[in-house]
Write a protein that binds this ligand. Structure first.
Ligand code: SF4
Length: 328
């Protein structure tokens, strides 16, 4: 099946969005879903042109409000696979509130957060993920803001699936997206995406082979968390209840944590997210958290069904706060 639309793709030459689009167009057919049962909802921003380029249903919606629209869709149409495409400005600034509530509610939607650490569509203003001191058109003397860590934010909102991938890593991105697609509940996937026009090279240190070996910490379920060109570094617990990077030769292999994204306590995945820093010295990638809990849309539909099948007298009891009602 061809998931490419006939629309001309209109991003700047070299934009990381092309690679992500290509990856998504390649991986969607593997889900075995009909095109008419897939919907991509976007907000406003460069990445939000995404729905035009997929031969599925889609909606280029309102700035920051894509998670709210997707929530309504997922709740009323459980037969659909609902995806949100958003950027760091769209999701974390004007849409911050919608994002965190969609995540805490565990709505059955998959959110692709393209993080290029800049506003691209409006031509280069700093965003909620721009680093402190970053000079942009709206911060000529350098940003004084502390940036969000989107992974930590999602985990703080109790998101049940949280992952990160690089735009250029087709294999890694496909793995995370495939797991997200199969996850029942809300999934947030942060994608580091290069904007060659307004923030070129922001993630280049993760794309150079030698640098990547020293900086990227691959999270693989069931395996010790270690990295480096010869696996010489690893992640160990620290005295504050979090994690830190250590030389394996100094601490011993048995001290390394073994990755388990199914740990229910968010403190585990949150600790992993804090290893990373804005300078990308250490960058965990893969699936941080993947746990199961009831979804908002399933529970909301169950309540609707309960109300529909109730007798009028029982409904009255429900509305007046009495919980002793019966269903035929
Ligand atoms: Fe891509 Fe940046 Fe151009 Fe937007 S401004 S299309 S993010 S390169």
């Amino acid at each position: 099946k061809d998931f490419k639309s006939d629309q001309e793709v209109r991003w700047c030459p070299g934009c990381g969005d092309y690679v992500v689009l290509n990856t998504v167009q390649s991986f969607l057919p593997t889900l075995g879903l009909k095109r008419e049962n897939i919907v991509f909802v976007s907000g406003i921003g460069c990445s939000s042109r995404f729905p035009y380029y997929l031969n599925t249903y889609g909606m280029h919606s309102i700035h920051g409000r894509a998670p709210a629209i997707a929530t309504g869709l997922a709740t009323t149409r459980p037969d659909l696979s609902v995806w949100v495409v958003t950027g760091d400005g769209d999701a974390l600034s004007i849409g911050g509130n919608h994002l965190i509530h969609a995540l805490r509610r565990n709505v059955n939607i998959k959110i692709l957060l393209f993080n290029n650490r800049i506003y691209g569509l409006t031509k280069g203003q700093y965003s909620p993920t721009s680093g402190q001191g970053m000079v942009t058109k709206s911060t000529p003397m350098g940003s004084v803001d502390t940036p969000f860590n989107p992974i930590s934010l999602a985990l703080g909102a109790e998101a049940t699936f949280v992952g990160r991938a690089l735009d250029s890593d087709k294999k890694g991105l496909t793995e995370v997206l495939t797991a997200a697609a199969r996850h029942r509940g809300s999934a947030l996937v942060e994608i580091y995406q290069n904007c060659p026009i307004f923030n070129d090279g922001a993630f280049d240190v993760l794309k150079d082979k030698d640098e990547a070996a020293q900086r990227i910490i691959p999270l693989r379920a069931g395996e010790p968390v270690r990295f480096g060109s010869e696996g010489e570094f690893g992640v160990v617990p620290n005295r504050w209840g979090g994690f830190e990077v250590a030389k394996v030769a100094e601490v011993g292999e048995s001290e390394l944590i073994v990755h388990d994204p199914t740990i229910t306590d968010t403190a585990y995945a949150f600790g992993l997210s804090r290893i990373g820093d804005q300078n990308l010295n250490h960058t965990p990638t893969g699936i941080f958290r993947q746990v199961s809990r009831p979804t908002y849309d399933d529970d909301a539909r169950a309540q609707v069904e309960q109300a529909r099948s109730a007798k009028p007298a029982d409904l009255q009891a429900l509305l007046t706060g009495k919980d002793t009602w019966t269903v035929d």
